[in-house]
Design a protein around this ligand. Structure first.
Ligand code: PEP
Ligand code: MG
Length: 578
């Protein structure tokens, strides 16, 4: 029977393929007495061998598809499987205590994991993770349970999972992974943002895909309308194939706008920039006609590794982005770690409310060595392009002043050492905390620009966790409270002759775009894949016409009212709908 599941459209496009469930099965280990211990040891050895050949295969696959560095994770796993310090005590335990292999392995591995985890040494902590992962693999063979591995996927699939971490998403192979859908997450969760930059259609926050979709059934992910269709009939598949073709044709039409400026139908000029996470993303920015980088999320440089990146490594990354952008503006955001982006190697204590906790600029102002290294790398790279620096999560004027003072100190130090630093670096801040949006008139005197981070601004204004789909009804970009805050920021900046961008997902949102144009936003920064659609939309909008109704929109009472109004007046009906 065919069913339709509704979710949040996180990355546009249509995918039609078989479901591949990515899950972590529960491995229940019981203690069982054995009499034939030789046979039990043999069973253990067999499971080790199977795991080894499985890992060899995964490693080879990862090397080809994802590169040497990702494949190294599996070399570490293979080392654990050959380590007599782990293997021999398990065999001894089976023989001396006459217990089953699962129990013996679990006991020995847990002992090592606990031991290594408590050590104040990053390397040993990493080994604990390796032992944990490898033990899971061997246990799954002993227990006859299959664990899925995304890097082994070798046919076209749609991934179905409870959730995907940003690093899971990074390992997905675009060639085979046609789409994904998850139970949890919102449009601004980082896995969704990465799906967008990888151009993988995705529907997230469905609450129930893992409940309703079995491995191997045919599914359609409609990343345009936020729907997942399970077991579609032939007729529905045909409709979606057509819808996919229309979408592709539309994309081809938009492609003609790559080198065009972004002007409204009555000649009002705005700029469309792109959000990036790595230097590799620049290619997509240029291919999609991005006029600059409006947000370089530098935290990805710090993630997926064991130690902080060095100043030199960072310098290379920033220089690469600046050079590849060939003089176009590049707004680099300093480290915004925390919230859903953890850095295990910093060993920070767990917090009750990580999104309200020790994160971003708060952490950088305290861990100054780390912050200064990033600033130095940026300042040194500044001569290679058009660099702008912004600080994330600024709540008070004092934080902005402190961050800027540290930047100036580092600049002066570098100059004293004889290093050339660009004299035209603009220094701005993200507006993502209501206190700074309300007090924008004060900040506007001290910053060179604002970039409004609506993903967080919405979550903090409506007090609704952006990751929690149960409160996603409160995640309202068109709520007049949000629109008024944005207006306040834009007006305050313009009064001081400063420019304002938005780098949250709202900047690329079809319904938000007419409103933001009406509010006078100067720069829209979005995922590269949204640029041409947005440019096409703006070309057809008249700023003068929007100006006539903007007051009316700001005076509306609900998000729904705003949405209905904008849809009725400014959004052309879609040429396809299923
Ligand atoms: C934002 O908060 O809108 C933003 C762009 O930052 P991030 O999504 O990385 O928190
Ligand atoms: Mg943010």
């Amino acid at each position: 029977m065919s069913i339709i599941i509704k979710g949040i459209a996180a990355s546009s496009g249509i995918a039609i393929a078989k479901a591949f469930r990515l899950e972590n099965p529960e491995l229940i280990v019981e203690k069982i007495a054995v009499t034939n211990t030789d046979q039990e040891v043999e069973r253990f050895e067999q499971a080790i061998e199977t795991s080894k050949s499985e890992l060899e295969g995964i490693k080879e696959h990862a090397r080809k598809e994802l590169g040497e560095d990702k494949a190294e994770i599996f070399s570490a796993h293979l080392l654990v499987l050959s380590d007599p310090e782990l293997i021999n005590p398990v065999k001894d335990k089976i023989k001396h205590e006459q217990v089953n292999a699962e129990f013996a392995l679990n006991e020995v591995a847990t002992m090592f994991v606990n031991l290594f985890e408590t050590m104040d040494n990053e390397y040993m902590k990493e080994r604990a993770t390796d032992i944990h992962d490898v033990t899971k693999r061997v246990l799954s063979h002993l227990l006859g349970v299959t664990i899925a591995n995304p890097s082994m996927i070798s046919e076209e699939v749609v991934i179905v999972a409870e959730d995907l971490t940003p690093s899971d998403t990074a390992q997905l192979n675009r060639k085979y992974v046609k789409g994904f859908t998850t139970d949890i997450g919102g449009r601004t969760s980082h896995s969704a943002i990465m799906a967008c930059s990888m151009e993988i259609p995705a529907v997230v926050g469905t609450k129930m895909v893992t409940n309703d979709i079995e491995n191997g059934v045919l599914v359609i992910v409609d990343g345009l309308e936020g729907k997942v269709i399970v077991n579609p009939t032939e007729d529905v598949v045909k409709i979606y194939e057509d819808k996919k073709a229309v979408y592709e044709a539309q994309k081809a039409e938009w492609a003609k706008l790559v080198n065009e400026p972004t002007l409204s139908s009555d000649g009002h000029h705005v700029e469309i920039f792109a959000n990036i996470g790595t230097p590799e993303d620049v290619k997509g920015v240029l291919e999609n006609g991005g006029e600059g980088v409006g947000l370089y999320r530098t935290e990805f440089l710090y993630m997926g590794r064991d130690t902080l990146p060095t100043e030199e490594e960072q310098f290379e990354a920033y220089k690469t982005v600046l050079k590849r952008m060939e003089g176009k503006p590049v707004v680099v955001r300093t480290l915004d770690i925390g919230g859903d982006k953890e850095l295990l190697y910093l060993n920070l204590p767990k917090e009750m409310n990580p999104f309200l906790g020790f994160r971003a600029i708060r952490l950088c102002l305290e861990m100054q060595d780390m912050f200064r290294a990033q600033l130095r790398a940026l300042l040194r790279a500044s001569v290679h392009g058009n660099l702008k620096i912004m600080f994330p999560m600024i709540a008070t004027l004092d934080e902005f002043r402190q961050a800027k003072a540290i930047l100036i100190e580092e600049k002066e130090k570098l100059q004293a050492e004889g290093t050339t630093v660009s004299e035209s670096i603009e220094v701005g801040m993200m507006v993502e905390i209501p206190s700074s949006a309300v007090m924008a008139h004060l900040f506007a005197k001290e910053v060179d620009f604002f970039s409004i981070g609506t993903n967080d601004l919405i979550q903090y204004t409506l007090a609704a966790d952006r990751m929690n789909e149960r409160v996603s009804y409160l995640y309202q970009p068109y709520n007049p409270a949000i629109l008024r805050l944005i207006k306040n920021v834009i007006d305050a900046a313009h009064k001081e002759g400063k420019w304002v961008g938005i780098c949250g997902e709202m900047a690329g949102d079809e319904i938000a775009i007419p409103i933001l144009l009406g509010l006078g936003l100067d720069e829209f920064s979005m995922s590269a894949t949204s640029i041409l659609r947005a440019r096409n939309q703006i070309l057809k909008l008249s700023k003068a016409e929007i100006n006539l109704v903007i007051e009316q929109i700001l005076n509306m009472t609900t998000s729904e009212e705003v949405e209905r109004f904008v849809k009725d007046i400014f959004i052309k009906p879609k040429s396809f709908s299923v």
